[in-house]
Design a protein around this ligand. Sequence first.
Ligand code: SF4
Ligand code: SF4
Length: 109
Amino acid sequence: MQVKSSNRYRTLPKLNDVVRKKKVKPKLIAVIDEDNCTGCQVCVPFCPVDCIEPNPIDKYSIPIPPVQVRWNECIGCEACAKACTDLTWDAIRMIKTPEFEDHYKILID
Ligand code: SF4
Ligand code: SF4
């Protein structure tokens, strides 16, 4: 049975106090499928804006937590998703921005 895609991206990271602003609204936003992510961080150096980070230790009581994307900084380039799919575990979903906004009730600016 196919899992409905929206069930895969349940949580959002807590944002930093200081955030960088994007110049253009991206068409896609990367969301980590935390149930599939091993926390290997292979995707991290592929991100051109450095917005992938490990989840806080208090969210997961395991030695290597999955990563999270600071969604407000993501420019939707898909580099992380390609790296994860090609090199590791296929744990990053590229979500159309309107779908992301609708699902999380958040406006990307
Ligand atoms: S490469 Fe994939 S499995 Fe590894 S930390 Fe990134 S999202 Fe998770
Ligand atoms: S889609 Fe691009 S900008 Fe967004 S998290 Fe992945 S590598 Fe970074």
